[in-house]
Design a protein around this ligand. Sequence first.
Ligand code: DGL
Length: 261
Amino acid sequence: MEQQVGGHILVIDSGIGGLGVLSHLQKNLPKTRFSYVADEAFFPYGKLDNETLCARCADMVRKFDDVDCVVIACNTASTVVLPYMREEFDFPIVGIVPAIKVAARYTKTKAFGILATEATANSRYTRSLMDEFASDCTIKLHGSKNLARLAEQKLNGSRVLIADVENEILPLFTSMRFRESKRIDHVVLGCTHYPFLLAELKQAAPYEVTWIDPAEAVAKRVLDVIKPVMGGAARGRSKYYTTAENSQYKVRNIGFDKLIF
Ligand code: DGL
């Protein structure tokens, strides 16, 4: 059903992983105008220190003067910058964090995996979510080095080798591999790039698990947050920006304008 919500939502990510979150939002809010910024020049966010990441995200938001809501469609950034951004700006800032609560609710074996970037896996925020929502579960937390890059590669039309994906996820499955009742039965996708590799992840995993993508839940959260704030004009359309001077993006059907700063 079409929502009667207009306004302008800015969606940001270090790259093109947040496009998954954006497409859920577009489906739910056909009258809303979206701006998507892929911070290609600073990819991956995992290599930035916290101060640089906070300043970078805030600067990006300041490039737009009519924003009603910001969605940080990146786990790596969200686990660091949310409190800072909420202090800086007086419109809603919605983030995305690993869906640990969901995995803890649905696991039957009381064991699940979290697949994230190294930065997200090492973050204090992720640890606190584990303690708060899954202290009764065995958790395999794995920070992958290259999976986000492989997802960018796929979105840009290049082939991704299953063997490369397998290398990135194998630590999730070791040691629990043969004891079926103790196996992990869910894996939380803790990086917005990873759902784009779902087919490859399924092929690379040594046994079947349920992969949890929180993109839809984030879209729902945005609806909760913006409904009372926004009203008005029906002008749904989307603009896409990259921060890289020499962009590598060749995503089908999407033309990226430059936003250099
Ligand atoms: N999409 C980001 C995330 O959700 C990518 C990772 C990065 O830039 O390091 O974590």
